[in-house]
Design a protein around this ligand. Sequence first.
Ligand code: HEM
Length: 184
Amino acid sequence: MERKIKEFKAGEKPRDLASVLLADEKCGYGKLSMAAIYEDGRLIIGAGSETATGALTGALFYLHTYPRVLAKLRTILDATFTNGDEDYVYSFTHQIPYIDDIITELFRIQSPVADGLPRLTPKEGLVIDDIFIPGDVVVHVPIWVIQRQEMYYKKTEEFIPERWSDQPELVKDKRAYMPFGLGL
Ligand code: HEM
């Protein structure tokens, strides 16, 4: 962030994530303490790298473990990019719904944020399913566990991208999908 601050020129079009943060009118450079700006930098590195690494290694693992899925994807890609790599255009990948199904299923079976996101209960406490939780208590919903529950998904331990398209009966309750969190 120190290097980015040296390069930063107010009014200039932001070039990357750090300069977007520094240019923010309400909480950019000059409006926040340096401690807060450093914390933004730490947060972005953790939030962006751990998640993306987990997603990419997970994708390779599941494509390798499920040759049926890999073969189906390869057939679709070969039909889309008939001249192989020479034809490859990133924007075309957005027109291949099976890629979305694979990523959606990946985020279900191996959520990059596996643990729950910490939240503080209100001062007066709250009741969830008849259980009273006192105020000022840190609670969380474990994403990994919820997204692998048989009560929400059929064949929950299996990597089946089609559950998000042709086989919707394999999803019993879509509300149990929260790789990017839910609510506030
Ligand atoms: C596989 C990709 C990703 C997943 C699954 C993911 C997941 C999440 C989740 C669950 C949250 C909510 C945290 C909370 O509510 O406590 C979050 C927040 C956030 N993510 Fe991501 N994320 C991904 C990629 C990225 C990338 C690439 C960046 C930045 C380069 C990023 C930056 C952030 C930031 C800045 C927040 C807000 C943190 C806050 O409110 O304090 N994420 N992400």
